[in-house]
Design a protein around this ligand. Structure first.
Ligand SMILES: O=C(O)CCC(=O)C(=O)O
Length: 301
């Protein structure tokens, strides 16, 4: 891993975006391949009302459980599985929600949206015909009035893969501008390879003195807009300074034969995982198939 930089394309959101209605799937996939990021306006719109209801209910539950939070290395966990960070000054509580316990195991609306045929057509054009889900869906939740930033990072620092790695799709559950914590991406950064990450307030991140948000393109959007990003694409989002929460829901897909070789949340556990890379195997890493089929492979027997 290096922190080498190279000439990145100077593009704005206009070059990254297409409309879901009447989409040209091959053109959309070409944008993703070129820039490591693709914005599909309105792609998840039909799913938003039901998912938003489930997210609101999950947030209410999580907040009711904050008194039972148990400290872990990454912050705190409440019994529902929500991950918490220290709250900023002026908050009503000493903890704020980071990852809300609302995924495929909690919300059928969230799970159904992962199987949306138009979404899968796009993922197939990007990853090929045989696709599985990676992880169980994730809801990052920025509370109002200063809810956490997620500093710029590459997802491969958390889950480095054997092959292409996952294609992530982050969708806005609410209209989201920069003040409310819009996702920022660095177009073309997926071609830099995996860069050195450091420990930050929001876990693994790129050195913020080098990779600040002004190096990235903000993607403002409406509820239901979906942002596709490569596992090596540099991305992150600033604090939520609006008066309303900013939830997003994230799907991740990967080739059916792909698997994690390094899993980490911080530099210390990453160092340990890097020593064990040769032990990584596909077995025990099977996700639900959403397109095509999983061919039997002898080494898995
Ligand atoms: O909530 C966000 O905007 C950031 C999400 C993100 O960076 C991630 O899931 O890797």
């Amino acid at each position: 891993m290096t922190n080498a930089t190279q000439e990145l394309p100077r593009v704005g959101v206009r070059e990254l975006e297409v409309q879901a209605a009447g989409i040209d799937v091959s053109r959309a996939a070409a944008i993703y391949r070129e820039y490591g990021a693709l914005v599909v306006r309105g792609l998840m719109q039909a799913h938003v009302p039901a998912i938003t209801r489930d997210i609101a209910a999950a947030a209410k539950t999580a907040i009711s459980l904050v008194g039972q939070a148990k400290q872990i290395k990454e912050g705190w966990h409440t019994p529902d599985g929500t991950l918490w960070l220290p709250a900023p000054a002026g908050f009503a509580r000493d903890k704020q929600i980071m990852v809300l316990a609302c995924g495929y195991m909690h919300s059928s609306a969230f799970f159904r949206s992962a199987l949306d045929p138009q979404v899968l057509d796009l993922v197939e054009a990007i990853l090929g015909p045989d696709i599985e889900l990676f992880l169980n869906g994730q809801c990052l939740y920025k509370e109002p009035c200063g809810g956490h930033p997620k500093l710029l990072h590459q997802d491969a620092s958390y889950f480095e893969h054997k092959y292409e790695g996952p294609c992530g799709i982050l969708s806005y559950a609410v209209d989201t501008n920069v003040q409310r914590g819009a996702l920022h991406v660095v177009p073309g950064s997926h071609k830099l390879g995996l860069l050195r990450h450091v420990d930050t307030f929001s876990h693994l991140g790129l050195d913020p003195s080098i990779w600040s948000f002004d190096k990235a393109v903000p993607i403002e959007g409406r509820a239901g807009d979906a942002i596709f990003f490569h596992v090596n694409t540099i991305h992150g989002s600033p604090e939520n300074h609006s008066t309303e929460a900013r939830p997003v829901f994230i799907h991740r897909y990967r080739r059916a034969d792909d698997f994690v070789v390094i899993n980490a949340t911080g530099t210390e556990n990453r160092k340990v995982a890097e020593q064990r890379i040769a032990e990584a195997k596909k077995e025990n890493q099977l996700g639900f198939m959403v397109r095509g089929r999983r061919a039997y492979q002898v080494e898995r027997a």
